[in-house]
Design a protein around this ligand. Structure first.
Ligand code: AKG
Length: 284
C-alpha cells in the first residue's frame, strides 16, 4: 500500500490516491505514542467485559458463537478528548474537505477490537453502501462518480498479517458492488499493515474487511467515518455527545457534528421567518 509521511501530506496527494490510486493510502506517524496509549486505554476499559455492543459483518462469528472475541466501542467522542483530537487532525480534515466537501460530517467514530483468535469480517463496503447487497434499495443509476464515504483507520496495536490487519482489494472503489462468492476476495486482497498512530485513509466503496487475529495480542483500531453533508450519519453523534460538548465544540467539531447543515428542520415552526437559502441574502 502507498505511504506518505505525515509531514508530506497534502489534500491533493490523499485525494489522488483515493480517486486514481488503489483507493487507500497510509499516512505514517500521525498520532503520538501518548495519544495512542490514551485511546487504547479507553477502548480496552470500555470493552473489557462488553461483548454485547452492536457489531457488523460478523454473521459467521454469530453463527459460530464467537462474537465475544470481537468488540466494538461506540460514541468515542464522549469517552475522551483524545478522540476529538483524532477527528480534528488538521491534515486529515483538509483532505476530507477536498474529497467530500467543506461541510463534510462525521458519521461515526468507534473502535473495533479483535481479541487473540478473534474472527475476521465478511468482505463488504461501508455505509452508506453497506447494504448494497440489496441494490434495489438504492436510487437507479447510483455509481461512484463522486464519493459518499471515506474511512480513516487508526491502529492502536500493530496491524500485521498475523494480528488481522484490514484486507482490501485495490482499485475496487470504482465498482460499487458488494463483494460476493465469485470475487475471489481473499486471493486478490492486500493488507493495510501499519503501526500504531499511523492513519489509513480509504474509500468506503473499496472492498475490504477486518481479518482474523491469529496472534496472541489484541488488535484494536479507531474507525472514523466521513460523509458528505447530506448523508444521514450512522451514529447520532450530535445527540450522543450532549449539550456541554456541543457548547464547547470548536468550529471544526461543529462542522463534523453536522451543525453547519441544519436540515431536516420543522420549517413550519421557525420563530423568525427569513429567506433561508439562495445566493442572495440567505440567513439560515
Ligand atoms: O477493523 C477493521 O479492520 C475494519 C473494520 C470494518 O471494515 C468495518 O467495521 O466496517
Amino acid at each position: 500500500m502507498n505511504s506518505i509521511e505525515v509531514g508530506a501530506v497534502t489534500p491533493e496527494g490523499v485525494v489522488e490516491a483515493l480517486l486514481r490510486g488503489p483507493g487507500a493510502v497510509r499516512i505514517r506517524g500521525v498520532f503520538s505514542a501518548a495519544q495512542v496509549a490514551q485511546a487504547r486505554r479507553v477502548v480496552m476499559e470500555h470493552s473489557q467485559d462488553r461483548a454485547q455492543t452492536v457489531t457488523h459483518f460478523q454473521g459467521q462469528a454469530a453463527e459460530d458463537q464467537r462474537l465475544h472475541l470481537q468488540r466494538r466501542v461506540w460514541n468515542l467522542l464522549a469517552k475522551g478528548d483524545v478522540f476529538s483530537e483524532m477527528a480534528e487532525q488538521p491534515a486529515i480534515v483538509a483532505a476530507m474537505r477536498l474529497f467530500l466537501g467543506d461541510d463534510f460530517v462525521m458519521g461515526s467514530i468507534a473502535a473495533n477490537r479483535i481479541l487473540p483468535d478473534g474472527p475476521g469480517q465478511e468482505p463488504h463496503i461501508d455505509y452508506p453502501y453497506w447494504d448494497f447487497h440489496s441494490p434495489t434499495t438504492f436510487p437507479v443509476g447510483i455509481n461512484t462518480s463522486f464519493p459518499l464515504n471515506a474511512q480513516v483507520t487508526i491502529p492502536l496495536d500493530p496491524f500485521t498479517a498475523q494480528t488481522g490487519a484490514t484486507a482490501f482489494v485495490p482499485h475496487t472503489q470504482h465498482e460499487l458492488r458488494y463483494p460476493g462468492e465469485g470475487d475471489a476476495f481473499f486471493e486478490r486482497c492486500e493488507r493495510m499493515e501499519a503501526e500504531p498512530g499511523d492513519a489509513i485513509v480509504f474509500v468506503g466503496a473499496t472492498w475490504h474487511c477486518a481479518m482474523p487475529n491469529h496472534s496472541t495480542q489484541d488488535r484494536s483500531a479507531v474507525l472514523i467515518q466521513s460523509l458528505p453533508k447530506f448523508v444521514k450519519p450512522m451514529e447520532d453523534l450530535r445527540a450522543m455527545v450532549g449539550e456541554a460538548f456541543v457548547k464547547n465544540a470548536s468550529p471544526t467539531m461543529r462542522q463534523l457534528l453536522g451543525l453547519n447543515f441544519p436540515y431536516p428542520q420543522n420549517l413550519d415552526a421557525i420563530a423568525v421567518a427569513t429567506n433561508a437559502e439562495g445566493r442572495k441574502n440567505a440567513m439560515r
